[in-house]
Design a protein around this ligand. Sequence first.
Ligand SMILES: [Zn+2]
Length: 119
Amino acid sequence: MIENILQLIYPNVCGICGSISKQDICNKCYVKIRKLQRNKKKIYLTKHFTTHMYLFDYQDIIRQKILQYKFNEKTYLCRGFAKIILNNEKICGFLKTYDIMTSVPISKKRKRSKRIQPK
Ligand SMILES: [Zn+2]
């Protein structure tokens, strides 16, 4: 019951367009985002880095949402990103070949310089 009351006061919104939605990404935005998927994989022959796989080109709405997630404390966007990743068989198959996946840390200087205001 408390959850229902909270939903009335603070309804779930789509992480992309901000419209009220029970899902983390509304159906309209999910269709748009799926069209932007690239599923690219690059092989590198360096000592520390061998493979780079990414779902989207880092531009436009994708870049904007990633920056908001990373630097504007919109951590709720992770649920929508996770849904997109977990619904992609190619990416999941790729991830299963590794024991550990980790983030790439950012320097404090770069973090300060990337603190942005959403457009
Ligand atoms: Zn939406």
